[in-house]
Design a protein around this ligand. Structure first.
Ligand code: 1CP
Length: 364
């Protein structure tokens, strides 16, 4: 057993003993992992590969563990189980990165807002009372324990990515109380009561900096900021509520962990991605972004990550192969990390992921 399970329950330990097993040998000393080379600006070929939501419901082994846990948040706060889930797709597909299994809503939870995940519905949050929000304290420590467990058991050429939700996207869930059809409440607050909204964003900026820095300290080698709902805002709103917070987060992290690169994923930001590329080491393209445009407008400033439509991964076969080939070819002159334009969908056949991994591996 390659990791310490100090602090875990006996039942969890015995369950985990059957689950942990390292996948590949370490890289020779001095060789930098392919994902980190791409994040440093190198046009690495074959392109490094990982997928957003690569752990999760499309994997039978995840569903099995999920069924044995009382709640989704229990999984997120159980270091041995969360580490195991992080490693599941690594064993199957040998991607170039593992992404920590956790959720962006652990921050509001740690700040004292009620957060539950309801089967078939997604996240449900209690009423937001900004005055009652408390400092995060040590409530996210189990997440950092997960990071160090994963780091200790990863194969040598696989990098570990930590993450957080961007303040705008996390605030959206906090204000709406969950997912929403029109996200009107959060926009109403941002446009109608900008001072009160700015105070919430400021608190989230500080908590996000601490959360990402602690993941880096525990062993995360790259960090991703998910701004899944940036596209709800007009350009001035994106600059105010997404770009400026990202700038503050990037500056603080550069000071605390200068060697840990930052990937920004402001979904739906369109041509404003060029402004995000001034801040981040890498820009995650969503499905709608044109890879040819990104080659001309982003790769000169930052690495690019993305952006196969997750529905093409569900379809598989020639349609997937052709679309993946077009993305690889458009971005091949500069630093590119192959990924989806959003997360893996629960209905995705795992064998399509294996096929996609092979396609990317074989495209030099
Ligand atoms: O088993 C289950 O029912 C829970 C499904 C699930 C999973 C597997 C949720 C609930 N979160 C996660 C893990 C998760 N979430 C990861 C793990 C690492 C990975 O494999 O990628 C990450 C990075 C996230 C990030 C996350 N959570 C985002 C940003 C990325 C995105 O998808 O846009 C968002 C918006 C969330 C909120 C959330 N958590 C879970 C759900 C179903 C949602 C989305 C709800 C919605 O659509 O509004």
């Amino acid at each position: 057993m390659p990791v310490s399970t100090a602090g875990s329950s006996y039942i969890e330990k015995t369950r985990i003993q059957n689950l942990f097993c390292p996948v590949k040998e370490a890289l020779p000393a001095g060789m930098v992992k392919p994902l980190l080379r791409a994040l440093a600006g190198e046009a690495v070929r074959p392109a490094p590969f990982w997928l957003m939501r690569q752990a999760g419901r499309y994997l039978p082994e995840y569903r099995k563990l999920r069924a044995s846990a009382d709640s989704f948040l229990d999984l997120c706060f159980s270091p041995t189980l969360a580490a195991e889930i992080t490693l599941q797709p690594v064993r199957r597909f040998e991607p170039d990165a593992a992404i920590l299994f956790s959720d962006i809503l652990t921050i509001p939870y740690a700040m004292g807002q009620e957060v539950r995940f309801v089967e078939g519905k997604g996240p449900v949050l209690g009423p937001l009372n900004p005055a009652a929000l408390r400092p995060v304290g040590n409530r996210l420590d189990p997440v950092y324990e997960t990071v160090s467990l994963v780091r200790a058991s990863l194969p040598g050429n696989t990098a570990l990515i930590g993450f957080a939700g961007a303040p705008w996207t996390v605030a959206a869930y906090m204000v709406e109380g969950g997912s929403s059809r029109d996200w009107l409440q959060v926009r109403r607050m941002a446009f109608g009561d900008p001072e009160r909204f700015a105070a919430l964003i400021d608190r989230l900026v500080d908590a996000t900096i601490d959360h990402l820095a602690a993941q880096a300290a525990a062993g995360a080698e790259a960090l991703q900021l998910f701004d899944s709902w940036a596209g709800l805002l007009p350009p001035s709103g994106v600059r105010c509520w997404c770009l400026e917070p990202a700038r503050r987060i990037a500056a603080a992290l550069r000071e605390r962990h200068p060697s840990v690169p930052l990937i920004l994923f402001p979904r739906g930001a369109g041509t404003l991605l060029t402004e995000f590329a001034e801040i981040g080491d890498c820009i995650g393209l969503d499905t709608s972004a044109d890879s040819g445009w990104a080659a001309c407008n982003i790769q000169n400033n930052a690495a690019v990550q993305g952006n196969l439509d997750p529905a093409l991964l569900v379809v598989g076969g020639e349609a997937m192969e052709q679309a993946a080939g077009e993305i690889l070819s458009a971005l091949r002159q500069g630093p590119h990390i192959f990924n989806l334009g959003h997360g893996v969908l629960p209905v995705t056949p795992p064998e399509h992921v294996a096929a996609l991994r092979r396609i990317v591996q074989e495209t030099a």
